[in-house]
Design a protein around this ligand. Structure first.
Ligand code: SF4
Length: 353
């Protein structure tokens, strides 16, 4: 992929139409290009065989049809596939594909690095580099469809980055992947995860779409949360929960509370009791996520303890699930493959914040 080329899909429809007009091409070519990109999942202009050759050459000289370049792939025994994507400027992000008989899920990234820097997360370690463009986000879904040879039916925006700190681009990407003339993925099949960016949650609620919202809660009061989510992009818990309540009412969707279990940090029975109270008040479900071991400092509770926590929430009348460990034999945790790649000799160097 030529690093100086712009991404065609990042042009607005008006800009695309203007480009066609400037090259003496009729407006209906736009529909043809769109079909190639989103229905036939083309990654180059040269394969668009019903376009005039001169037009394909002109498009190819100026634009890239696809934004991702696969640098590394890992496949786990359970079928989970993790990809390291190179972007046009040499930066990298990760994507995960979890194939299942009736529900293929793709986990997409929204930023290169992450400014939030949660203590358990490898993505935040290298700092924030830049926001992904709409096409870089949407192309991760398209790539998953190409890999599977069929349409993906579940998208979780839980990869690298804080999605609500790149909301403008995410909204455009969601519009693209929801377009019935393209991938046509309904809002109910999309889950957006946030560490609790209050203005973003409120703006998301105003869209009045039925996306699922997942809040990374991780602790039940501000003091404990400060140990996990550093200062900078952390909002007072009360404001975060009020925004989630507003989202539930406007979107008509139940919110999920994601809770990364870290042994000795947030797994006491008092904390789980408070977690249950928050979930009941918000009428939310809880997803327990035994944390990944990164650097040996943070460890998850053992299985029996996770079971005890799950049972405690269950007895409180809270809908609870424990995230199945997908891809246990690969670097499946967010940011791990990228950080490993960046320490390989000759790899693209990690950008500084
Ligand atoms: S968990 Fe999410 S918000 Fe926190 S540092 Fe990682 S990518 Fe960013």
């Amino acid at each position: 992929m030529d690093s100086v080329k712009r991404l065609w899909k990042d042009l607005t429809p008006e800009a695309q139409t203007a480009w066609l007009a400037a090259h003496g091409e009729p407006a209906y070519r736009l529909k043809q290009i769109r079909e190639w990109l989103w229905v036939r999942r083309a990654v180059t202009f040269t394969e668009m065989s019903n376009l005039p050759v001169a037009m394909r050459i002109a498009l190819d000289a100026e634009f890239a049809a696809f934004s991702l370049n696969v640098l590394d792939t890992q496949k786990a025994g359970d079928g989970t596939r993790k990809f390291l994507f190179g972007l046009v400027d040499g930066t990298t992000v990760e994507g995960v594909l979890v194939p299942a008989p009736r529900r293929n899920t793709v986990c997409v990234s929204t930023q290169v690095g992450c400014p939030v820097r949660c203590v358990f997360c490898a993505s935040g370690r290298g700092g924030f580099v830049r926001n992904l463009t709409p096409s870089e986000i949407a192309d991760q879904v398209l790539f998953a469809c190409r890999e599977l040879g069929e349409r993906v039916n579940n998208v979780v925006v839980m990869g690298m980055g804080e999605p609500l700190l790149n909301l403008d681009n995410l909204l455009v990407a969601l519009e693209i992947i929801g377009d019935p003339a393209g991938l046509g993925l309904g809002a109910r099949h999309v889950t957006i995860s946030t560490s609790g960016i209050v203005p973003g949650i409120r703006r998301l609620a105003e869209q009045e779409k039925q996306w699922n919202l997942a809040l990374s809660l991780h602790a039940t009061d501000d003091e404990a949360r400060a140990q996990i989510i550093p200062e900078g992009h952390r909002f007072p818990l009360e404001e975060v929960l009020a925004a989630c309540r507003d989202y539930r009412e406007k979107a008509g969707r139940m919110v999920t509370l994601e809770y990364a279990l870290i042994r000795g940090m947030n797994d006491s029975s008092q904390e789980i009791q408070r977690l249950g109270a928050i979930a009941k008040d918000l009428r939310a479900k809880v997803n327990l996520i035994p944390c990944n071991r990164i650097g040996g400092k943070l460890v998850p509770p053992d299985r029996a303890e996770v079971r005890r926590i799950s049972d405690q929430l269950d007895r409180l009348g809270v809908q609870v699930s424990v995230r199945k460990e997908m891809g246990a034999d690969i670097d499946a945790a967010c940011g791990q493959l990228r950080s490993r790649y960046e320490t390989k000799p000759g790899a693209i160097p990690a950008a500084e914040e």
